[in-house]
Design a protein around this ligand. Structure first.
Ligand SMILES: C[S@@+](CC[C@H](N)C(=O)[O-])C[C@H]1O[C@@H](n2cnc3c(N)ncnc32)[C@H](O)[C@@H]1O
Length: 296
């Protein structure tokens, strides 16, 4: 059986935040009589196999193909639940589950894991083998956002989420988003000399090319043959974190301060972000997410 192999302590952190939020979310929707009117969805757009081996700690994989073996370790000895199993294992289950996974091997493994561990919930589950952006776009357009409410979890390896997808999720007014935003510091070269391909990918990730002006400053230096212009990186962890926050604020009603997930060498790998799109529900959603992020 193929199992996933990625993540160290930061993986535990992101999954425990998700777990705690799903528990609170379902508790509200199952206990509050007004909220019971809604049809709840859990959407895992990078679902994986359902479980993960615990002996590896990698960061964002900027160039990985979904079907590569980089996260598969048939010899791994110990596994923990991944996001899909955590969502299905909630005491109060969601009305519907959508799992999106591009890899054929992994989506098949996920299907088997659901049938084996949660036979009573299989009728509530849909597995779509496709690109996350494509599948999310179709799913959002098929919903009735007066009646549907969802928690969407975006847990990519790297820069697979297009900004248009984030905008679309924010526009629904019915989605709470947890997004493991790849921490782009490593791609921001000191002198700003970033090749066109990477520039384009950063623009696609952040939804604007204004990131360059935000992460680099130009100064005039005196030289032997007159003054000249120097481009220098100005991208502290805080600066990048604030920028991601500001970008999310352009399409969601409320955004929590993100948590930086770091590897064992203390390098930032991802910003774990929470954003709420429902005007009425946002204050309570934000309060819950903030307290979860603070307690970790
Ligand atoms: C970090 S793993 C997800 C782990 C999962 N959330 C868990 O906790 O078990 C990312 C997954 O996304 C899949 N993937 C990569 N690119 C994708 C894409 N464009 N659309 C959908 N899935 C993709 C990979 O095959 C991989 O299984």
């Amino acid at each position: 059986m193929h199992e996933q192999k990625f993540g160290g302590d930061w993986t535990d952190l992101k999954l425990s935040c998700l777990d705690a939020y799903l528990e609170s979310y379902r508790s509200i929707f199952s206990k509050n009589t007004n909220a019971q009117y809604f049809n709840t969805w859990y959407v895992d757009a990078f679902a994986g196999t359902g479980s993960r081996s615990i002996d590896a700690a990698t960061g964002p994989l900027w160039n990985v193909e979904p079907d590569s073996d980089i996260d598969c370790d048939p010899d791994a000895v110990a596994y923990r639940d991944g996001s899909a199993m955590i969502a299905l294992g909630q005491d109060s289950p969601f009305d519907n589950y959508l799992f999106i996974e591009k890899s054929k091997t992994k989506s098949t493994a996920l299907q088997s894991a659901i049938s084996e561990k949660f036979p009573d919930l299989t009728s509530r589950c849909t597995i779509v083998r496709d690109d996350a952006n494509t599948a999310l776009t179709t799913w959002v357009k098929e919903r009735n956002w007066n009646k549907d409410r969802a928690v969407v979890f975006l847990d990519p390896f790297g820069m697979q989420v297009n900004w248009e997808t984030v905008e679309l999720l924010g526009s629904t007014g019915g989605i709470d988003l947890w997004y493991l935003f790849p921490f782009v510091a490593r791609l921001l070269k000191q002198d700003g000399n970033i090749d066109d391909g990477w520039r384009e990918r950063l623009t696609n990730l952040l939804g604007t090319d204004e990131w360059f002006g935000h992460f680099y400053k130009k100064t005039i230096q005196p030289g032997l043959f007159g003054d000249y212009e120097v481009t220098q990186r100005d991208a502290t962890v805080e600066n990048i974190q604030n920028y991601i926050h500001d970008r999310l604020k352009t399409c969601f009603v409320a955004v929590a301060p993100s948590m930086i997930l770091r590897n064992s060498k203390n390098s930032p790998l991802f910003a774990l972000c929470f954003a709420a799109s429902n005007e009425k529900g946002a204050p309570i959603a934000l309060r819950i997410a903030k307290s979860i992020l603070k307690d970790q």
